[in-house]
Ligand binder design. Sequence first.
Ligand SMILES: Cc1cc2nc3c(=O)[nH]c(=O)nc-3n(C[C@H](O)[C@H](O)[C@H](O)COP(=O)(O)OP(=O)(O)OC[C@H]3O[C@@H](n4cnc5c(N)ncnc54)[C@H](O)[C@@H]3O)c2cc1C
Length: 284
Amino acid sequence: MTEHSPVTQTDAKPVKTMAMPDAQTVTEVTHWTDRLFSFRVTRPASLRFRSGEFVMIGLMGDPDPKTGKQKPLLRAYSIASPSWDEELEFYSIKVPDGPLTSRLQHIQPGDEIILRPKPVGTLVHDALLPGKRIWFFATGTGFAPFASLLRDPQTFEDYDEVIITHTCREVGELEYGRKLIEDIRQDELLNELIGAENLAKLRYYPTTTREESPKMGRITDLMRSGEVYRDLGVEPISPEHDRAMVCGNLAFNLEIKELLESYGLEEGANSDPKHYVVEKAFLD
Ligand SMILES: Cc1cc2nc3c(=O)[nH]c(=O)nc-3n(C[C@H](O)[C@H](O)[C@H](O)COP(=O)(O)OP(=O)(O)OC[C@H]3O[C@@H](n4cnc5c(N)ncnc54)[C@H](O)[C@@H]3O)c2cc1C
């Protein structure tokens, strides 16, 4: 597989090995790079969530050598599909020795995964005060919650401008996001649902830190130097007009938090909406 040619599976033979609690069926799997894949599963009829939230998903663990009993092996995953979608989409890392993803990366259409239908999270519109422009700052798989929010009509109804920045080491790691933005702009259903004039509000700012690409650099450095604002032709971030959601690794989250606070933005929560919200893309 090359990094730039995603492989999508939709018609493989199902492998069902055991009856699982909260089981959902895999409907589609796409491998984006050797380290990244996305997949879609059936959605429990009772599951309601706000775009941007996460749930616990996983597989049954290996049998306990003493008792022979199996326990579910669950991890937090942002739901990458919007709240109106009839299926659920997830965007995942493949950690070579990761307890869950070393196995999850091999799922195929027809297989079952476990999904606990209890969505939670801070990357939701309810946690922000009204504003004019929303910034979504993502690194790596931190793009997932924004894949949900970018397909939610509310995002475009609430703001005059929607800016998504995505920083990865290599170009191939941007591909899931790049393709999603392209689909949002071209998809007839989304155009109808969100409205062409609303979709014109969407700005996409991908950057790489290692492999050569049209825009290189860490987004925090590009903010400090003012380059991102010059590139996009917008005023620097201010608490009057700008709102932000952040999803990346711990070091990135801490750095951008400090930067946003230096602009005068304050961190919000579901119970106390303010100017920006942050969530970890994974636990270090
Ligand atoms: C709120 C929240 C939401 C999350 N959403 C997603 C998501 O949408 N997609 C996703 O792939 N993961 C997500 N994660 C991480 C996920 O829960 C697991 O850590 C991941 O699936 C790896 O599981 P594992 O059992 O294979 O390895 P783990 O034992 O969980 O992790 C092993 C190590 O791999 C690294 N790692 C784990 N996840 C990532 C990642 N996403 N990117 C880069 N390095 C990583 C870390 O260094 C970690 O210590 C989320 C985590 C949190 C806390």
